[in-house]
Ligand binder design. Structure first.
Ligand SMILES: Cc1cc2nc3c(=O)[nH]c(=O)nc-3n(C[C@H](O)[C@H](O)[C@H](O)COP(=O)(O)OP(=O)(O)OC[C@H]3O[C@@H](n4cnc5c(N)ncnc54)[C@H](O)[C@@H]3O)c2cc1C
Length: 603
């Protein structure tokens, strides 16, 4: 078949924060760069990010530095993180944020004109550089404004469905234009995946339609390894009412600004259970917690700002015990701070403008006057493509990954704010090393039979047309199953049922039919997403079955405690020779003495 063909030294798949930053860096290194994305440029999921970018700038609290950030990230990830990534991230995030400022990002300011930083869960000091609660928008706007002057070729509304290989090496990608349905072939010396997450594998999620696990699956199908796939983050506070908005995020910044969680009895239940490793850092009482949110350096954080995995489980506990709110969540109240802050209602609107509008418009709730109802929502995946910490190269030559589709930095649980810093730190590194790699490579052989096969497979749903089942029914069945059986609280029996349930879903996915033609056909796009959703669901389920303990975002009621034996390993998934998914464990490399010392000092 003939395809529209493009050739670049480096092809970046994904135009969120990680992809844009990678493309900018690769281009600055003097190679030609193509940037592909499913949506319009500027609409990537990063745009939804609210609370801020974690970086130890020490603008608000001068006790902060990379060591504290590193120790916080490792503690949050329960020490199964890739420590080298956590180290690089903590050291380089401040420069990446200052660079954004130099490129025109308009951050909120301290009184003396520096970048303002706010409190967030699991961060010892106020660390999140932010722009109200619209930080992602500013990050994307800045990178996009900067990037479009770098000579990057942008291919918008184009979905990549397969990576192309020459022997072991990745040498390009194949996809289709979402508007017209025409196929496109990209030749490249290096490919960077920056495709984001997997949230659409679950029924309740804060994630956008783009989060169908594409990069995870493209990498897996190309022979790369995935790691930490059992670690899915369920953010404690998503909207729960009305049903049409269920899952939409309520930023942690609400709690950072003093918002408190209460059950239907009006009690602040978060004081009931403080994990041992956070006891010394947590406020003894409500008064101390409030002082912390207002910048009192002698005070410790309120328990609402403990890590997300813990807060989510406390909320589930309250709901299960019958102490939840009328629509099956708990109450999050920021309106109470009016009693403490002059012009409180205006203060809330200024600090949390998106939240104010979100609740007013979607739920007819004025958050300056009454509490919100919230509950956990699938938010982020810590697992992803297994990469080298320094270069971001995957286990397949020529294939790099950065951002949410890569893994390592977060371990078992991500701290809020650490993703926006992750995507700019490792996006830059991926671009730099992909360019370096591309410069060493001669042009590759493109075997168009790989593309032909992918094209034929992609068109099969049209052959079955309306005689096949609709793709959405299969997608909904998968989402229900993952939510119910591989969700916040897991056990062997339910996950085995999920594993068994995946096989018939895959058969149904192979038989879906789509009517109409290739132009503007969302049903067709949904049909093609199914393979990705099923692949990541299987990877999550298989890895979660292997981790017979509870750690971070992965909680099992049949193994409710942490087990030291699992504290030294990560689970890796890859495609076996027989085409079946295999899971195995790898030992976490020994941490250098100087990093161990940092962790000990920060206890
Ligand atoms: C509501 C919300 C609020 C958040 N707030 C914060 C916050 O305050 N701080 C923080 O640190 N984190 C936050 N996060 C998490 C953070 O926003 C994301 O983890 C991060 O933005 C991911 O960036 P990325 O560059 O990896 O991917 P994305 O920004 O999702 O970009 C992915 C790109 O890949 C493209 N793509 C995907 N598949 C394909 C394909 N097959 N072919 C071609 N292109 C493809 C997409 O079109 C898109 O351009 C928040 C998340 C949500 C949902």
């Amino acid at each position: 078949m003939d395809y529209q063909t493009h050739e670049h030294d480096v092809l970046v798949i994904g135009a969120g924060g990680a992809g844009l930053r990678a493309a900018i860096e690769a281009s600055a290194a003097g190679v030609s760069v193509g940037l592909v994305c499913k949506s319009l440029l500027g609409k990537a999921h990063t745009v939804m990010a609210e609370g801020g970018i974690a970086a130890a700038l020490a603008n608000v609290d001068d006790r902060d530095n990379w060591k504290v950030h590193f120790a916080d990230t490792m503690r949050g990830g329960q020490y199964v993180n890739n420590w080298r990534m956590a180290e690089l991230h903590a050291k380089e995030a401040p420069d990446r944020v200052r660079e954004l400022e130099a490129w025109g990002a308009v951050f909120d300011r301290t009184k003396d004109g520096r970048i303002l930083q706010r409190n967030f869960g699991g961060h010892r000091y106020p660390r999140l550089a932010h722009v109200g609660d619209r930080t992602g928008l500013e990050l994307i706007r800045t990178l996009q404004d900067h990037g479009i002057h770098q000579g990057i070729d942008v291919h918008m509304e184009c979905t990549i469905i397969q990576l192309l290989k020459d022997g072991d090496r990745v040498v390009g990608a194949f996809g289709y234009e979402r508007e017209r349905g025409r196929f496109k072939l990209f030749k490249a010396k290096a490919v960077v995946l920056a495709t984001g997450g997997i949230g659409r594998a679950y029924k309740i999620t804060s994630n956008s339609w783009e989060y169908t696990g594409d990069g995870h699956t493209l990498a897996y199908d190309a022979g790369a390894e995935l790691v930490d796939m059992e670690f899915v983050q369920f953010h404690p506070t998503g909207m729960i009412w009305p049903p049409s908005v269920q899952g939409i995020l309520v930023t942690e910044a609400v709690r950072g600004e003093g918002g408190v969680l209460k059950n239907k009895e009006g009690r602040r239940f978060m004081f009931d259970e403080i994990p041992d490793n956070y006891r010394a850092q947590t406020a003894d009482n409500e008064e101390e917690g409030w002082r912390y949110t207002q910048g009192d350096k002698a005070a410790r954080r309120p328990p609402e700002l403990l890590t997300r995995d813990h807060v989510s489980r406390c909320i589930v506990r309250e709901i299960k015990a019958g102490r939840g709110s009328p629509h099956g969540g708990v109450f999050l109240d920021i309106s109470w701070i009016k009693a403490r802050v002059p012009n409180g209602a205006d203060h809330i609107k200024k600090k949390l403008p998106s939240m104010y509008h979100q609740f007013k418009q979607l739920a007819d709730i004025d958050i300056t006057q009454e509490p919100m109802e919230v509950g956990p929502t699938t938010h982020y995946i810590m697992g992803g493509v297994r990469v080298d910490a320094d270069t971001q190269m995957s286990t397949v030559p020529g294939l790099f990954a950065a951002g949410e589709c890569a893994a390592g930095i977060n371990g078992a649980n991500r701290l809020g704010g650490n993703s926006l810093s992750d995507i700019i730190v490792f996006g830059k590194r991926a671009g730099e090393y992909a360019a370096q790699y591309a410069k060493t490579q001669a042009g590759a052989n493109i075997d168009t039979r790989q593309a032909d096969q992918a094209a034929r497979r992609a068109l099969e749903p049209f052959e079955r047309s309306t005689s096949g089942e609709g793709p959405y029914q299969v997608q909904y069945a998968l989402q229900d199953m993952m939510q119910d059986l591989v969700g916040i609280v897991r056990n062997e029996n339910e996950m085995q049922r999920a594993l068994v349930g995946l096989a018939p879903l895959r058969e149904r996915a192979n038989r879906v039919g789509v009517g109409g033609h290739r132009e503007y056909n969302p049903g067709w796009h949904a049909a093609l997403d199914l393979h990705n959703l099923l692949t990541v669901s299987e990877a999550i389920t298989r890895s979660a079955l292997e981790r017979r303990e509870s750690r971070g975002g992965h909680f099992r009621d049949d193994y409710p405690t942490k087990d030291a034996r699992f504290g030294t390993i990560n689970f890796v998934v890859r495609k076996g020779r027989d085409g079946q998914m295999e899971v195995f464990s790898v030992a976490i490399p020994e941490m250098p003495a100087e990093l161990k010392q940092v962790i000990d000092e920060m206890q």
